[in-house]
Design a protein around this ligand. Sequence first.
Ligand code: ZN
Length: 283
Amino acid sequence: MPDPSLLSLNTATVRKQWSLPDIIDGCVRHGIGRICPWRDQVAAAGLNASAQRIRDSGLALSGYCRGGMFPAPDRAARHAAIDDNRHAVDEALVLGAPCLILVVGGLPRDPDGKIASKDLAGAREMVRDGIGELLEYARTAGMPLAIEPLHPMYAADRACVNTMAHANDLCDELGAGLGIAVDVYHVWWDPNLAHEIERAGGATPSRLFAYHICDWLVPTTDLLLDRGMMGDGVIDLPLIRSWMEAAGYRGAHEVEIFSANNWWKRDPDEVLATCKARHAERS
Ligand code: ZN
């Protein structure tokens, strides 16, 4: 059974029902000791007020969501993305986060949101260059960056880093201060997953910065907003956790569930109680 104190709530899991202050109070009430907040929720509640409330509540952070989105069709827009990411690093420091999660971005888009290019290899170069540039700032600030490889179905619109191998390769190339957020929803299908987790954990220092859990439902009815609660789908969560632990990971188990038609419609106290029970029994 996983250590209950490692349970963390990614605040997107009850974002439709509760504001960040409500979520902090809810976690305290349910004995969940860690959270990973999102930038928009922090902005809505105020950065300093949120940091103070988190400190006063005794909660620890398991990460801060999120930076990234590096590719853009021109130099000015790429610079603007880096600037925004520097702000995200600053916020993560104020909040006391252990790392900033990066969803790196897909194909570049015009200002109106239309995909501007089919050059996927070029987008991946922009991601590498963008992370490299941000990393100089983040290293000086002392904020680790965690690349979250996303399922390949998001390669066009959210992240063109789609495998643990690609994330590990970027860490090899770009060096200290960069690691990986392993989200089971995105990587459970990968035949090389065990090997790449071992590779990330075997690096010096370890690159295993975060571990996100939920489940893959069959059928999945929405590519983004139909994630399952642990135990309701097909991911062998105890097996993947055993790989993380064998690779030396001792950090949080962060529940991250986007679920427009199920969990976002339920009583948030029921959602938190279920997260706790399923973490103990099915993760
Ligand atoms: Zn995640």
